[in-house]
Design a protein around this ligand. Structure first.
Ligand code: SF4
Length: 64
């Protein structure tokens, strides 16, 4: 899995961080998403899928 986020779409809602804090964080300056693990291990794939599903702006994408 490889994660690709669109920071232009991110509205800083933080849902991805709540779902997968090991994979996503928010920039301290602008609150926008920061990817900590662009290629997360398989144990984290389900939470990444949940994060993508719950992102209100559709900013979290990934390829399997
Ligand atoms: S859930 Fe979506 S909009 Fe919210 S911080 Fe994460 S990427 Fe940005």
């Amino acid at each position: 899995m490889r994660i690709d986020v669109d920071r232009d779409r991110c509205c800083g809602a933080g849902m991805c961080v709540l779902e997968a804090p090991a994979v996503f964080d928010q920039d301290e300056e602008d609150g926008l998403v920061v990817v900590l693990l662009a290629e997360p291990p398989s144990a984290l794939h389900d939470v990444v899928r949940e994060a993508a599903k719950h992102c209100p702006s559709g900013a979290v994408k990934f390829v399997e």
